[in-house]
Design a protein around this ligand. Structure first.
Ligand SMILES: [Zn+2]
Ligand SMILES: [Zn+2]
Length: 179
């Protein structure tokens, strides 16, 4: 995610008066998770709702949706994949705390935070990355790469015969041959 973009919600009012606060925003560019970087395609929109439960506790729920650029599993071409994720978390305000920390209490996961300006990025990124598909295809009948010369068979007919056929159908045929 671009460091210039701020994805946060201010909970000062909720801490004073209780109630619910909503926020929405969008992300562009990329989402980061540790060393990994996931390129976003177009706008990724998010919205969250935070409800005060009393005693400094809050219920956070949200949704994030957009497209991430992945590699086609067969031809490796960049392929946008739709992602939509929902998340819900229990939060507890502990003034003075530097970083958000996840603890477990009575078999319940609680995120502790120390500033009324709650950074939503970790919640948004985690939900988004968890919801990403494992693999995508650029198209249902992607022909993939030639195992002999590496050509993208969707754009180039290199003339090489696939050694064992390709795709699921060939796999099935192979299986039938062996029977
Ligand atoms: Zn492909
Ligand atoms: Zn080839």
């Amino acid at each position: 995610m671009d460091p210039l973009e701020i994805q946060s919600i201010n909970l000062s009012r909720l801490l004073r008066e209780g109630g619910t606060a909503e926020s929405r925003g969008e992300m562009q560019g990329a989402i980061h998770a540790g060393e990994e970087r996931f390129e976003l395609d177009g706008r990724t929109l998010w919205k969250t709702s935070v409800t005060a439960l009393g005693d400094g506790e809050f219920w956070l729920s949200g949704e994030i949706a957009g497209k991430v650029v992945m590699e086609c599993a067969r031809c490796l071409e960049p392929t946008p994949a739709a992602v939509r994720a929902y998340f819900q978390h229990m939060l507890r305000y502990e003034p003075g705390r530097d970083q958000v920390e996840l603890i477990e209490e009575d078999e319940e996961e609680i995120y502790l935070f120390g500033h009324p300006d709650l950074d939503l990025s970790p919640f948004l990124c985690e939900a988004y990355i968890t919801a990403m598909p494992f693999t995508v295809l650029c198209k249902e009948d992607c022909k993939g790469l030639c195992p002999v010369c590496g050509a993208n068979r969707n754009v180039l007919d290199c003339g090489h015969e696939p050694a064992h056929g390709s795709g699921q159908l060939a796999g099935l045929r192979r299986l039938l041959d062996e029977v």
